[in-house]
Design a protein around this ligand. Sequence first.
Ligand code: SF4
Length: 464
Amino acid sequence: MKKNLTHSQAAAVFNKDVNRVDWHDETLWFVREKRDRAAQQIPEWELLRETASQIKNNVLSDMHHYLQEFEINALKNGIIVHWAADGEEHNEIVHSIIKKYGVKQMVKSKSMLTEECHLNEYLSEKGVEVIDTDLGERIVQLREEPPSHIVLPAIHLKKQDVSETFHQHLGSEKGNNDPKYLTEVARMHLRDKFLTRKVALTGVNFAVAETGEIVVCTNEGNADMGAHLADVHIASMGFEKIIPQRKHLGVFLRLLARSATGQPITTFSSHFKKPREGKEIHIIILDNGRSTQLGRKDFRNSLKCIRCAACLNTCPVYRRSGGHSYHTATAGPIGSILAPNLDMKKNADLPFASTLCGSCSNVCPVKIDIHDQLYKWRQVLVKEGLSPFGKTIAMKAMSSVFANPMVFNFVGKAGRFAVKNTPIIVNNTLNPWYRQREMPVAPKESFREWYKKNGEEFKDKKDE
Ligand code: SF4
């Protein structure tokens, strides 16, 4: 992730490899179509979405109550509960637990929250090696890259890339691109890690307030392997993962896998309620800006997200710019409304990385008004003076032109003359539109001029 590039600059780098962009686009569209087929097989799909949305609305409006209820029940179950105000505190808690056991390695299943907190880097500085056990995450970890997608972390890579990475790091056969062979290599490599590590960290998909249990969904079973074989299971969750009752799982589990990959259900949906004898479960509940987002009337709905990634798969900008261009842990449309909450200045470019077509909102299983929020963030960022200088000046100039009919007419005439006689004015590489688009030929006259001449005739024909 090149932190100093804006989204559009990083996207331009990604777009240099046209074949990869096309393939990335088509692959994610394939997942989107699978999602559509899975959704269409459920007659009550829209009812499910509405129900999920209402359950989450209820949680957001009574968050403190559900969090307290969850903590009380988790403690009763023998789970140790920690509260972390921010990423740093979260990482310190994880480290303090690991330190107690004197271990130097830990296995971890996919957790975007730990990406958000930069846990791997933090623990590495403390001399603790984290081994990501989700296949896609392990691939990007070996390549020292961040995940590019919240469900499919290595979706930007082809099997040839994976083969080369495994050859370099795991000693697999050079040039063997067979996915089955590569999966076997990963399996043998990870099996040893699972068997010998004492501490395992997982994410949390749902935390049930009524019972104090957590539910972790994976397709590879790696969270289960890690948590069952280790003496200590650490589960990290953002506080928005709370749902009120166990019966609500039926709604969310049906929506999650179908929206994410088009599967009817995630292969493993594991419930962790209490530690086995002699073992420990720690749950870390993280805020890290979520309270602030909860207090932002226009943006609080983003906390309903269940991280299915349907909005990424459908987004034309995400599909053709790649996850790394978003320079934030969670890419795509949802990342672009979460990230400015954490750091408005650093992430001011992200709400503009959208066509506002609304496809993200249409597929969201919990009915988040994603494209509306992107638009609202743009307004906030402009008011805060965080939109790009050139764009701000251009918009101010356009605003004064549009506000005055005489100026509008004059600028139109001058523009048409200039484009016709000195096309270099727009056809030059300083104009970002020209770099990727054919510029239009200047019309002979404006619409207003044309209408003055032809309007009556047009009106007569319409009345006939
Ligand atoms: S915003 Fe909606 S569609 Fe996007 S990841 Fe979250 S739940 Fe899925």
